[in-house]
Design a protein around this ligand. Structure first.
Ligand code: AMP
Length: 399
């Protein structure tokens, strides 16, 4: 386990904190969705209670290593100020003379936000010189707090190099992410099942390979199911298939069989000639899909079959929708799975939902508050499920 802000004396310290404020900004330069800012508030409030002088770092978008007004953190600083009802100073730069002066004059209990850390080309290079310049803003006696789960799979200056130079601990948000992933991956209550869906098998190969060694069953839906079905010589019509991954899919099914892990694929489908709400769709009560049609959602028999498995699970990890849930005609399978995962959780299962689209799905179907843990990092959560150690976590102090 890694040390958190509760495990270290922070009273009256200067703190450099990395958060994930990569939020959508609209054309009026306003924050469109402040979820990520709200999620950081508990940590920030705790640090202010400890009378810390707080310097906040984040990236926003991909500004290509140079200042770009479109990616300025000014609207974010304004939003944070509103949410915590406290003044937030925003620097014009990162480690320029003016910002150094602002940092020097920062008093305990005050907050300064640096400009977008990716305005400096050295950020993505994990640059030790840049890290030393960041450290000079807070001095030798300071602490580094990592709370940007969405960024810890990257070894960048603000996620790795800086953590080598200061005592480095996690904030509450990162601590919660680590706690849930450690629990499900290292000591899951059984049965432990994974529900995997979404567009591509290729994105989830590593996850399946790792989870086969850990779970009791894997439910596969979404477009990736059709590559698996075709690898078993089942007709999939015009469904999305990654032809170059057929052998791999076959190999994964064989491996699962050897390990006695049940892989459940769709047995019926909702199909249409294209992924659109404007074309006719129909239900196919068979595993084979007729020529000319695409499988765009799992059918009701598939849902009934997986319902018992989900409801009797004690640990559930879900990544990727069961169909094109953004469209009305193809949302039902994903909606049912969202409700089933919520039900299982209410019956005592631990559920972890990760990946942008499954997170949108649990929100869309209004069960987000019934899930044990909704992960805030798509890429980072996939890498944890793949069994990788993430550089931005690994570098933090151990308990
Ligand atoms: P991912 O980012 O890999 O989780 O994929 C999510 C996307 O997969 C969503 O936009 C879904 O619309 C899409 N998707 C899910 N099922 C299907 C399907 N059967 N055919 C085409 N796209 C799908």
């Amino acid at each position: 386990m890694k040390k958190s802000i509760k495990d270290i004396d922070l009273k009256n310290k200067k703190v450099l904190i990395r958060v994930d404020y990569n939020v959508p900004i609209n054309e009026n330069a306003e924050v469109e969705d402040d979820t990520r800012i709200r999620e950081s508030l508990a940590t920030i409030q705790y640090l202010i209670e400890q009378n810390c002088a707080l310097i906040i770092m984040s990236h926003l978008g991909r500004p290509k290593g140079k200042p770009d007004a479109k990616y300025s953190l000014k609207p974010v600083a304004k939003k944070l100020q509103e949410l915590i009802n406290k003044s937030v100073k925003i620097a014009e730069g990162i480690v320029d003379e003016k910002t150094k002066q602002l940092a020097k004059n920062l008093k305990n209990g005050e907050i300064l936000m640096l400009e977008n850390i990716r305005f400096d080309p050295r950020e993505e290079k994990n640059d030790i010189e840049f890290a030393n310049e960041l450290k000079s803003l807070v001095g030798d006696d300071a602490v580094f707090v990592q709370d940007a789960f969405g960024s810890v799979h990257r070894a960048h200056t603000s996620t790795y190099a800086i953590a080598k130079l200061l005592p480095a601990v996690c904030g509450f948000l990162l601590e919660k992410e680590i706690k849930y992933f450690e629990k499900i991956l290292n000591s899951p209550e059984r049965p432990f099942i994974a529900i995997l869906g979404g567009a591509k098998v290729s994105d989830k190969i590593g996850v399946i390979e790792n989870l086969i060694n850990k779970v009791d069953g894997i439910i596969i839906g979404g477009a990736m199911a059709y590559t698996f079905l075709l690898s078993k010589e089942i007709k999939v019509g015009n469904s999305l298939v990654e032809k170059d991954k057929l052998d791999l899919a076959k190999g994964l099914l064989r491996k699962a069989e050897e390990k006695k892990v049940n892989i459940l694929l769709p047995i019926d489908h909702i199909v249409a000639t294209q992924a659109s709400d404007n074309v006719e769709y129909k239900y196919i009560d068979s595993i084979d899909i007729p020529d000319g049609y695409m499988g765009l959602d799992i059918g009701k028999n598939t849902v009934s079959r997986i319902a018992n498995i989900i409801l009797s699970a004690k640990t559930i990890v879900w990544n990727g929708p069961m169909g094109v849930f953004e469209l009305n005609n193809f949302q039902e399978g994903t909606r049912q799975v969202a409700l089933l995962v919520a039900n299982a959780t209410q019956k005592g299962a631990t559920s972890v939902v990760g990946g942008g689209d499954s997170v949108s799905a649990v929100k869309k179907f209004k069960v987000a508050d019934k899930i044990s843990h909704i992960s805030t990092g798509g890429g980072a959560s996939l890498e944890l499920l793949e069994g990788k150690t993430l550089p931005g976590i690994e570098v933090l102090l151990d308990k």
